[in-house]
Design a protein around this ligand. Structure first.
Ligand SMILES: Cc1cc2nc3c(=O)[nH]c(=O)nc-3n(C[C@H](O)[C@H](O)[C@H](O)COP(=O)(O)O)c2cc1C
Length: 240
């Protein structure tokens, strides 16, 4: 009997050591090691899980569903984590679904300077931009935002945060965005919405930030039926 108890406690110790080692092991991929300052914000949520900051009242829902809306997104083709080389970005796929389902216009944030096509080079550039709090330029100018009541804003999670180019967009259009309803969406490979909603609220004071959705990039690429259903449910919750 004592022996059995001893073996069980020994097994338990081994399991705990293994679990702790797995949690603490760092790495040079952003998934394993998101920006240190964002670690606590990078909640792991599955593609079905949405992150909500606020409850939505009935009046707001009607207003939201009736207004004109725009989908603004940043996405990238080339070599990507989990899905390999892609010719349509994960976030672009989700952005198109949202636009189609809501009848929104779309606008893509395209960097003035192309990002590297290989994943490892890209992660280095993205890390440097984040460390330097850079504001990479995008091509052209944003559409006339005064036409819209609601703006869905989406991007891949990069190192536990919005890609820096999205902060360029938020800052350059801060005044026009301040009276809008903003609805964030992310694609990711483990970090979920990574605080996109809260960070968006801080970047654009005055805006009303609604419940966002986080979709796994690999699901966007390879499991579109399920993603489409998740987006339907989320939009329904938002009043669409
Ligand atoms: C530079 C870089 C950093 C990334 N950092 C994270 C991260 O911190 N957390 C995460 O879950 N996924 C991370 N990923 C994975 C992407 O968020 C995911 O593959 C996303 O779907 C890519 O979208 P896109 O094809 O629209 O660019 C990162 C990818 C890259 C290229």
């Amino acid at each position: 009997m004592r022996n059995k108890g001893y073996i069980i406690s020994l097994l338990f110790t081994f399991v705990m050591i293994f679990v702790l080692a797995a949690c603490e092991s760092g790495g040079d991929t952003p998934i394993a090691d998101p920006a240190a300052e964002n670690k606590s914000e990078s909640t792991i949520v599955s593609s079905e899980e949405n992150v909500s900051d606020s409850e939505i009242g009935t009046d707001e829902i009607t207003e939201l569903a009736n207004g004109k809306s725009l989908v603004v997104y940043f996405s990238r083709i080339g070599e990507q984590y989990v899905v390999g080389v892609i010719d349509k970005g994960n976030t672009a796929i989700v952005a198109e679904m949202i636009a189609e389902k809501t009848g929104s216009d779309m606008w893509e944030v395209i960097p003035e300077e192309d990002y590297p096509m290989t994943y490892s080079e890209l992660t280095d550039v993205a890390k440097k931009e984040q460390n330097e709090n850079a504001r990479p330029k995008y091509r052209g100018t944003a559409p006339d935002l005064s036409e819209y009541d609601t703006v869905f804003v989406g991007a891949p999670v990069w190192w536990g945060d919005w890609p820096m180019i999205m902060y360029t967009f938020f800052e350059q259009n801060r005044d026009s965005l301040a009276d809008k309803t903003l609805i964030p969406f992310s694609t990711h490979e483990g970090s979920g919405l990574a605080g996109f909603d809260r960070k968006l609220g801080s970047a654009v004071p005055g805006a009303t930030v609604k419940k966002g959705i986080a979709i796994r990039g690999s699901d966007a690429q390879n499991g579109q039926e399920g993603v489409s259903e998740n987006i339907d449910d989320w939009l329904k919750d938002l009043g669409y």
